[in-house]
Ligand binder design. Structure first.
Ligand code: S3P
Length: 668
């Protein structure tokens, strides 16, 4: 059973509203993503103490400051990438009459805000646009709000919620109508806090706050998992023809359009243990069980769009792998999301080989089962990155995402979870007659062993013989050392704080024809820089820093996620790839290793030298076995290959034979 992070929309609202309560609230399962951190950061800047959002969704207590307790901040309030933070706060701050400047990152500063500020200004609020017309930064400039009556052209929960919060803040009545019902988390939460909110009709949908509250009751809330995040795994499992269980997913009916569409396309999705979180009046949730089958193209449009607006990127990916054509219409709102998602999907689908037509309000996508390959651009948009991450994880495809970091906005741990599903073939039990298609088609081969056992050259040759890629973990440690040398962090702080400096440089492995190249800040690092003497001198020190070893696990595992790699090191089969399909432990007698080391260093062989070198290696073995970080040991389940009597090609052959024995498909 997989668990996914908390619902983003509910988390924002829970933070904002509990800050306004007159008593302490207890919130559990909040999304620790960057968007929610932006909301929490702004509330802190306005005087409400909010503890750090726990990475594991553990509970926090928020001591509300009451409806009038927030104060203005001298500096601009940064909403980061989060449209929900910006729009909800434009409403709340203008309602409360708190002067402030709201701003955000480059993507958010391009997104339209007048859909919120126009109706608020109509009700008496004053704003000053300090950026592009209609965009952040915007100064909330006081004004007295009167009753807010508005009919919105778009079904937008952000608009609706902004107006409701403005009404709550100003003590003004609110009456909003939207063309179809958008997500109603704000309405539900306000009711739980003792506020009367009426919802009338489906299309159009009207929401009324007839009697603004004088105080908000505290919340005791369990945030369910985000269905918008679950959607990525649902599509992965559906297309992979496996089955997967996702625990505790929010199933608010205004959000479940993606389930209907995937079912229509042929996926089997069932809801187990449906429940109401924090009932009565909480959010519906349940465990999802998805089973794949061949998906068919479909039409997506009309009134169902608001219930799946954030899932269109991943539905477009499902469409690219379905049989026939999928047409998505009435989704012009996608053009004003974190990026223009219609454009981004069109460009990226084409870049990997999918036939797609761009429409003003949607896309027409031709499904196929050709291998899809290429590099895609996330355009700073988390959901674009994740959608193509899923497409790239499917067998036969090879897709590189230019910016993987963006997923932090809504789904911290996405890449790890994707890999986990992939690696375990997670509960991906293939159905009748179908092999779990998510099992890597080719194995990961690890070669561990003591110094001078010939791991690295063997790994390279084995990879060559099998047509696999050689994954050289050493290059990443070298890149980490380079990052530290280039940082302004003094060397005596590397152990304690080095990992942050390395993380900032975003180390990744990009695929090349026969192996991988290290990318730093998205750009390949020159071999010359990696092999420079100053790096060589410091690399073993850097590789002994546990937090840096930990950091490097991610790029290593990501590079190997599709299988077909041979990798060598000291803890590859034990720590980095404990589930590798083929593990080899290379050894050779001490004199033999000594002989190889001397030859490798260009020295002359003599009995005395060999003896001397053998002694040095024995000491090194003892040190390596006993060191605290990544000690040398034989990985469980590894095949011992004693290469003492073998020449180099014999040694390579033993490993190649072993791979073919375990995985007959691999180039046999
Ligand atoms: C959200 C509403 C939707 C959605 C966004 C989150 C919310 O935006 O796309 O990701 O939490 O209210 P719109 O209100 O612009 O449709």
């Amino acid at each position: 059973m997989i668990r996914i992070p908390g619902d983003k929309s509910i988390s924002h609202r829970a933070l904002l509203l509990s800050a306004l309560s007159f008593a302490p609230s207890r919130l559990e399962g909040l999304l620790p993503g960057e968007d929610c951190r932006s909301t929490a950061g702004i509330l802190r800047a306005m005087g409400c103490e909010i503890p750090p959002l726990p990475g594991d969704g553990g509970p926090i207590r928020i001591q509300g400051v009451g409806l009038r307790g927030l104060r203005g901040s001298g500096s601009a309030l940064d909403c980061g990438n989060s449209g929900t933070t910006a729009r909800l706060l434009l409403g709340l701050l203008s309602g409360l009459g708190i002067p402030a400047v709201l701003t955000g990152d480059a993507s958010l500063r391009r997104r339209p805000m007048r859909r919120v500020t126009d109706p608020l200004a109509e009700a008496g609020a004053r704003f000053r646009e300090e950026g592009d017309p209609g965009c952040l930064p915007i100064r909330v400039d006081g004004g007295e709000l009167e009753a807010i009556h508005h009919t919105s052209r778009v079904a937008s929960a952000q608009v609706k919620s902004a107006l409701l919060l403005a009404g709550v803040g100003a003590g003004a009545e609110v009456d909003v109508t939207e063309p179809t019902a958008s997500r109603d988390h704000t309405e539900r939460m306000l009711r739980r806090m003792g506020v009367q909110v009426q919802q009338v009709g489906a299309a159009p949908h009207r929401v009324v706050l007839p009697a603004p509250p004088s105080r908000l009751d505290p919340l005791e809330l369990h945030v369910p998992g985000d269905i918008s995040s679950a959607a990525f795994l649902l599509v992965l499992a559906a297309l992979g023809r496996g089955s997967l269980e996702i625990a505790n997913v929010g199933l608010n009916p205004t959000r479940t359009g993606v389930l209907e569409v995937l079912r229509r396309m042929g996926a089997h999705i069932s809801v187990e243990s449906p429940r109401e979180m924090d009932d009565p009046g909480g959010e519906p949730a349940g465990d999802l069980v998805v089973g794949g089958s061949r998906l068919q193209g479909t039409r997506i449009g009309g009134g169902e769009i608001p219930s799946l607006i954030d899932e269109i990127p991943i539905l477009a990916v499902a469409a690219a792998r379905a049989e026939g054509t999928t047409e998505i219409r009435d989704a012009a709102e996608l053009r004003v999301k974190e990026t223009d998602r219609i454009r981004a999907l069109t460009l990226n689908l084409r870049a990997v080989g999918v036939e797609v037509e761009e429409l003003e309000d949607g896309l027409v996508i031709q499904g196929s089962d050709h291998p899809l390959q290429g590099r895609i651009r996330a355009f700073g948009d988390h959901r674009i990155a994740m959608a193509f991450g899923v497409l790239g994880a499917l067998p036969g495809n090879s897709i590189e995402v230019d910016d993987r970091q963006v997923v932090e906005v809504s789904y911290p741990g996405f890449w790890e979870q994707l890999r986990e599903v992939h690696r375990r073939g997670t509960a991906l039990s293939g159905g009748a007659g179908s092999v779990s298609a998510l099992t890597p088609p080719r194995p990961v081969v690890t070669l561990d062993g003591p110094a001078a056992s010939g791991k690295s050259s063997t790994a390279q040759a084995v990879a060559g013989a099998l047509g696999f890629r050689h994954l050289d973990s050493g290059a990443l440690y070298r890149a980490a050392a380079l990052a530290l040398l280039e940082s302004d962090l003094p060397a005596d702080q590397w152990v304690d704080r080095g990992v942050e400096a390395v993380a900032r440089r975003r180390l990744e492995l990009g695929e090349t024809e026969h192996g991988f190249e290290v990318l730093m800040d998205g750009r390949p690092v020159e071999q010359e820089a990696l092999r420079s003497p100053r790096v060589t001198e410091r690399v073993s020190e850097v590789a002994a820093i546990p937090s840096i070893r930990e950091l490097i696990l991610d790029p290593l595992r990501t590079a190997a996620a599709r299988g077909g790699v041979v990798t060598d090191g000291r803890d590859m089969g034990s720590v980095v790839f404990p589930d590798a399909q083929v593990k080899v432990y290379l050894t050779a007698s001490l004199p033999e290793r000594a002989r190889r080391r001397i030859l490798q260093d260009g020295g002359e062989l003599s009995a005395v030298r060999i003896e001397e070198e053998a002694r040095r290696l024995a000491e090194r073995d003892a040190r390596d076995r006993n060191r605290a970080v990544a000690p040398l040991r034989r990985p469980e389940g590894a095949l011992d290959v004693d290469t003492t009597g073998l020449d180099f090609s014999g040694q390579v052959q033993v490993v190649v034979d072993r791979v073919r024995e375990i995985w007959p498909a691999s180039g046999a």
